[in-house]
Design a protein around this ligand. Structure first.
Ligand SMILES: Cc1cc2nc3c(=O)[nH]c(=O)nc-3n(C[C@H](O)[C@H](O)[C@H](O)COP(=O)(O)O)c2cc1C
Length: 411
């Protein structure tokens, strides 16, 4: 099983080659494994050593060069790579890729590569607009290559126009989205994700709910889907668009969710319990409450712990619980892990206003049973989701024998 996204970056000989160092850094910072291949012209602009240091790996240069076993490395590399990213892509390299030439390591590799290709063109406006380049771009696009940029701006010649390479941060975003969507490390797993708030009835027109937006759970469901899992998303009321390509079941109250879990949990391999389930259930009035009736006290009774309640259905499912803490995140998270018999706990710091609930970003503490807690610094909920699935894959891989069902063991 693969964990971190694996990117082969091809650097060709444009002035923007120096910006590719920032692309490698951005990818590595975001937990990708990176290898770099450089064309001969690229080496006129930046020394391979720069990329070797940043990627912590030798740079691929020639098919027949020293250090590369002829015609072997590129084939092995194809099994390793999730995404081929070419940045900057010169007019010449785009032409070679479009026409299947194989006169250096990068273009030879491109012919054995079977995953997605992302191209960041960079060249003078006239080269960009030339009919030959247009045709080559069309050919590549028709074969499924994706492009990022170019943008407009000042070019190396001092002129202004289209042809400037997209900014490194944007290229990194695009590359990781493509690389992780090509990872199929959850293939065959049945994943159950719960998301969003519960609504507990107070009277026929009112309810008690919470601030959960559902974004974290939706991001988890979408990420799992893209990594090959069969996903069922149990969703409380959210304002989010229903994701494609997964089974979607809506719930309102925690009692609804409890019933759904009883039906769905026995059939799943992984449960990610991102829904914010009511801790307290109000005593519901059958009649609408009227202001004219004066002050009213509402009795709140503690709700049930839905994850703990799944114990009778537990086989070897991996359970990911979520904790919202304001103080000692790790202690709170570990307590929750025991109480819920979870394999992983994702702790949100809900004392902060800049991340969490309604925000598109989050920052978490990820706690597994083994090893130290891992802090995942502020980033998009989709990236957080990817990191959570990475951890699930690690937990399941290390517990592999225990995860085999009794049937598989022959008894
Ligand atoms: C200073 C300088 C800057 C260049 N910048 C670019 C560029 O941005 N884009 C491009 O397509 N070619 C550019 N070229 C031309 C390429 O280096 C040349 O076409 C080369 O053959 C590309 O080889 P490669 O695609 O194998 O790296 C530049 C050349 C020089 C001397």
């Amino acid at each position: 099983m693969k964990g971190r996204p694996r990117v082969l970056l091809g650097v060709s000989g444009g002035i923007a080659a120096y910006k590719s160092a920032e692309i490698v850094r951005g990818l590595v910072e975001r937990n990708a494994e990176v290898r770099v291949a450089m064309t001969r012209a690229a080496r006129e602009f930046v020394a391979p050593l720069t990329f070797a240091v940043l990627s912590r790996h030798e740079v691929y240069l020639e098919v027949f060069g020293s250090g590369n076993l002829p015609a072997v490395d590129h084939v092995e590399l194809a099994d390793w790579t999730d995404l081929l990213l070419v940045a900057p892509a010169t007019a010449h390299t785009i032409a070679r890729l479009a026409n299947g030439l194989a006169d250096d390591f990068l273009t030879t590799y491109a012919l054995v590569h079977r995953g997605p290709i992302l191209i960041a063109p960079a060249m003078e406006t006239r080269m960009w607009e030339h009919a030959a380049t247009r045709r080559n771009l069309e050919l590549l696009g028709a074969r499924g290559a994706r492009f990022v940029g170019p943008g407009r701006g000042f070019l190396a010649s001092g002129r202004e126009g289209p042809g400037r390479m997209a900014e490194p941060a944007g290229i990194v975003d695009e590359a990781l989205a493509l690389a992780s969507s090509s990872r199929r490390d959850l293939e065959g797993l049945r994943v159950l994700v719960t998301a969003g708030p519960t609504r507990e009835r107070l009277d026929p027109v009112r309810f008690v709910s919470n601030r959960s937006s559902g974004r974290m759970g939706y991001a988890l469901a979408e990420s799992a889907r893209d990594r090959g899992a069969r996903v069922t998303l149990l969703s409380g009321p959210t304002g989010l668009v229903r994701p494609e390509g997964l089974r979607f079941v809506a719930f309102e109250s925690s009692a609804d969710l409890e019933n759904l879990l009883a039906a769905e949990f026995p059939e799943c391999d992984v449960l990610a319990m991102a829904a914010a389930v009511a801790d307290f259930i109000p005593e519901a009035s059958r009649q609408r409450l009227h202001r004219e009736d004066g002050e009213r006290r509402v009795r709140l009774t503690p709700g049930r712990d839905l994850v703990a309640g799944l114990a009778p259905f537990r086989r070897n499912q991996t359970v990911v619980a979520f904790a919202a803490e304001t103080d000692d995140l790790e202690t709170g998270g570990r307590r929750k892990m025991e109480k819920k018999n979870a394999d992983l706990v994702v702790v949100n710091d809900v004392g902060r206003s800049d991340v969490g609930f309604d925000s598109a970003e989050n920052e978490i503490l990820l706690i597994a049973r083994e090893g130290p807690a891992e802090r995942v610094s502020r980033r998009s909920k989709r990236e957080i989701a990817d990191r959570i699935w990475d951890a699930v894959v690690r937990v399941r891989t290390s517990a592999e024998p225990a995860l085999r069902s009794p049937r598989d063991d022959g008894d």
